[in-house]
Design a binder for this molecule. Structure first.
Ligand code: SAM
Length: 244
């Protein structure tokens, strides 16, 4: 895999249908031992982001998860979609990568068959990119996807996602601070086999501005960091309804 840049969507799609799929499937699957130390660290960081997202959504009295409509934009292997479905949410799980979507579907079927959550509602799975998402959902979630979007496109995407959401928008992104910028540059000096697509970091200011422009405000923030994984997690609400 060679480095690609410029927010090239076709390259991102190709990557997540091939080497990227294999790499991230292993990282995200706690049942897989076939990961190195860095990947294991990323798995732990990502699991914390998923757990923090679930905690935010479980704590929202105005949006009970059971029966809520949720759009998991860029669902990957279903790390978030599946626990949401188990909580009784009606989930649209979509991703640009067909390989990711079929893996998410397989894992959801296994979770359903395991029968541990009687309220499990099978998510609707769709292969589609974020740009083509439409409809209205109580909750829109987009975890660890904006890393594939350059600055302007990320801001545009946030406005698009906000237009689909009624009550909550939860997004995570890799924060662009001096320290992480340096770390990323060091990473670029030593491009290992895992460095197949460009990573875009975002400043909190940019993300907050995009939310504000869309008529949303940040209600809750989280920061997840392990040795190799960093994510800001924002829970946003529409300004008009922001009395809490
Ligand atoms: N959100 C999932 C999670 O946190 O477990 C997956 C995160 S993974 C790092 C990034 C995912 O974004 C990949 O599954 C990739 O295929 C998807 N993706 C990247 N660009 C996308 C786009 N333009 N539209 C939809 N999905 C996209």
């Amino acid at each position: 895999a060679e480095a690609v840049g410029g927010g090239d969507k076709e390259a991102v799609r190709a990557y997540f249908n091939s080497t990227g799929f294999e790499r991230w499937r292993r990282i995200y699957d706690p049942a897989t031992d076939d990961v190195n130390r860095v990947q294991l660290d990323i798995r732990e960081g990502h699991a914390q982001t998923v757990a923090a997202t679930l905690a935010m959504l479980r704590d929202a009295p105005d949006v009970p998860l059971a029966g809520a409509t949720v759009c998991d934009a860029g669902c990957g292997t279903g790390s978030l979609s599946i626990p949401l479905a188990a909580a009784g949410a009606s989930v649209l799980a979509s991703d640009i990568s067909a390989a990711m979507v079929s893996e998410a579907q397989r894992q959801a079927q296994a979770a359903l068959a395991a029968g541990t959550s009687p309220g499990f509602r099978m998510p609707r799975f769709e292969v589609r990119d974020l740009e083509s998402l439409e409809g209205r959902y109580d909750v829109v979630v987009c975890l660890d996807v904006l890393i594939h979007y350059p600055r302007e496109e990320a801001q545009k995407m946030i406005r698009h996602l906000a237009s689909l959401a009624g009550k909550r928008l939860v997004i995570s992104f890799a924060p662009k601070t001096l320290y992480f910028d340096v770390l990323k540059r060091v990473g670029e000096l030593f491009p290992g086999p895992s460095k197949a697509t460009r990573a875009y970091l975002h400043s909190e200011k940019d993300i907050e501005e995009a939310l504000r422009a869309a008529g949303w405000r940040v209600k809750n923030k989280g920061f997840i960091s392990t040795q190799f994984y960093f994510a800001k997690l924002y829970e946003a609400v529409p300004v008009a309804a922001a009395s809490s």
